[in-house]
Design a protein around this ligand. Structure first.
Ligand code: SAM
Ligand code: GLN
Length: 289
């Protein structure tokens, strides 16, 4: 069979198995099997497919139809122009998380009298901290995760992106690995924590609920566990006027703003929307006192 025929059949099969964007999925999986870019695939549509290539494709299609995320099968995901390795040890970085990076860059664009110190809590694939380290001239960055396995992926991604020397990776639960210091340490603490209500996890797509790490999703009974803990812990680790920046789930803005206000340690909060108009990031500044 020629490649264009294989492509057509594969897209059809994926569609029958409820895969979204079946044509794009088929193109990317076929290109992966052949070691081609999408452009090269298009230039070779009349080439014959070899038997062993077809076998490799059928295996990937089978896994995709059973619900494995496309990005785990391809082995990577683009985030903020960085090509990140992803596999089931880490959450696949989402485009809306780029809003957090944009806000962090705007905070870090204010001139600092020394190298700014940044902490990314729950770094996963390393997406956020690697994007920052690549874009900010000078930075002292620390990235944490409770998952040892996720940190291995993040370290590899940082090396690959050429910023391995600029990020310290630390395993641990939220801010527990650090000692609170009078006057604080960090200029910016940022996090995309797990924020899905436990009872909503079963409503997520099969790609997410059956394949992405539970520890990356489960935000406790009401989804707000991590915000509660961070609003209590972060002030002791932020310098005066330092910023806390968190990604939030749809509809959580008012509750998380209230939590942060109740701590009495922050001014703000400011809510930032993503490209779909959903409140996605909350920004607060450590208040005087
Ligand atoms: N920052 C990545 C991103 O935006 O793509 C991953 C975010 S994912 C929603 C949340 C991450 O927090 C996961 O990597 C998970 O392992 C980590 N995590 C969960 N509980 C944690 C805890 N108590 N302390 C530190 N990290 C935690
Ligand atoms: N954005 C993820 C989702 O699509 C949730 C990630 C998180 O909990 N921070 O469900």
């Amino acid at each position: 069979m020629m490649l264009f025929e294989v492509l057509k059949g594969s897209a059809h099969d994926l569609k029958d198995h409820r895969v979204e964007n079946p044509r794009l999925n088929a193109e990317l999986l076929l290109a992966k099997c052949l070691g081609f870019s999408r452009e090269t695939l298009y230039a070779n549509l009349r080439r014959e497919m070899q038997a062993e290539e077809k076998e490799a494709l059928d295996e990937l299609l089978r896994r995709r139809m059973a619900g494995e995320p496309l990005q785990y099968l391809l082995g990577h995901q683009e985030f903020w122009s960085v090509d990140l390795k992803v596999d089931p040890r880490v959450l696949i970085p989402r485009p809306e998380t780029e809003v957090l990076v944009e806000e962090a860059l705007s905070i870090l664009s204010i001139p600092y009298c020394r190298v700014p110190r940044v902490l990314d809590i729950g770094t996963g694939s390393g997406a956020i901290v690697i994007a920052l380290a690549k874009d900010v001239g000078e930075i002292f960055a620390v990235a944490t995760d409770i998952s040892h396995e996720a940190l291995q992926v993040a370290k590899e991604n940082a090396q690959e992106a050429g910023v391995g020397q600029r990020i310290r990776f630390v395993r641990g639960d939220l801010l527990h690995p650090f000692r609170p210091l009078t006057g604080g340490v960090f200029d910016l603490i940022l996090s995309n924590p797990p924020y899905v209500c436990r009872s909503d996890i079963e409503e997520l797509t099969r790609e997410v609920k059956d394949h992405e790490p539970r520890v990356a999703l489960d935000g406790g009974e009401d989804g707000l566990d991590f915000y509660r803990q961070m609003s209590r812990q972060a002030p002791s680790y932020l310098r005066e006027d330092g910023w806390l920046l968190v990604e939030i789930g749809q509809g959580q803005g008012a509750k998380i703003s209230a939590l942060l206000e109740q701590s009495g340690c922050f001014s703000g909060p400011e809510l930032v929307r993503d490209l779909s108009g959903i409140e996605r990031v909350i920004k607060v500044q450590k208040a005087e006192g």
